[in-house]
Design a protein around this ligand. Sequence first.
Ligand code: C5P
Length: 318
Amino acid sequence: MPVRRAAVPSFAKVNLSLKVLGRRTDGYHELRTVFQTVGLHDRIVFEFTPARRGLQIELEDPLAIPDNLVLRAARRFCESERVRVALRMRLEKRIPMGAGLGGGSGNAAAVLLALGPLTGRRAPLERLRAMAEELGSDVPFFLFGGTALGLGRGEELYPLPEAPAHGVLILAPPVHVSTAEAYRALGRPALTSPVDSRKLSSFQSFVWRADYLSGAENDFEAAVFGLHPELGRWKRKLERLGAHAARLSGSGAALFGVFPDRAKLQGALPQFSTEPLKVFSTTMLSRARYRARVLGSLREHVSGNAWPPASRYERDEL
Ligand code: C5P
């Protein structure tokens, strides 16, 4: 049987708003967030050969990322779905790491979405979701894409009206923020104390207004900008150059600016060329586009446009 190949995009996200309410008994923090996928992406190239026995999974990763989520997701899927494979993957990384852009989480979800079609397994969304949640708090979002409301530790997700496909400038400084340390630095109270009701009501008004460019906040900004004052300066520079919203993404250290006006984005881009930053010009990516791009990359192996992508192979073709 021939080798099955696919090159699947793995997109980045930004948090249009992010509120941290308090620390839960399981050690995670209770969130209210609005996730948004953007066009910036990595690529994962798959070469799948059915195997009579055993599980042989290899990853070519030029950056040698420790404990790579690509490998963990592939192992998790194959164990859960009882697949015997020889699987080679190559990770082509563009999304900066440890930047709050969900690069690793998106990689894990892309693996979960691709392996069903390639291996002839039809894992229902509920099972993929359970695997995603174990792999990390932001992984489930990438099973859906678009604009979504995230509750709990970010894994309880609901679709929101799509944000328009505005241009987005992403600034990635050479600063690596540890997510766990950023949460600790917030010093949030345990959730047995009353939740700050102003936070909840301001987040609710923000979501109901469905205008994600005004009034949103990221609770990490004060702490992270305190440690790295240049980030605050770059956020103000994005605003000065015409971004309708400029914010830290996740726990940072990447910043993003949303530019409804393309000309302003083009004008802003060179203004950052002398700063010690990686700059990416991209756009917001709707749920429909997100799904179409993933399905398109797997077109040889899927039947129809079902979501999650459904394999055209029978299980026992192997
Ligand atoms: O779930 P994930 O492995 O991505 O989280 C990394 C770390 O970030 C956790 O170990 C935890 O310390 C912190 N975290 C948190 N609350 C969240 C998400 C992450 O405290 N909602």
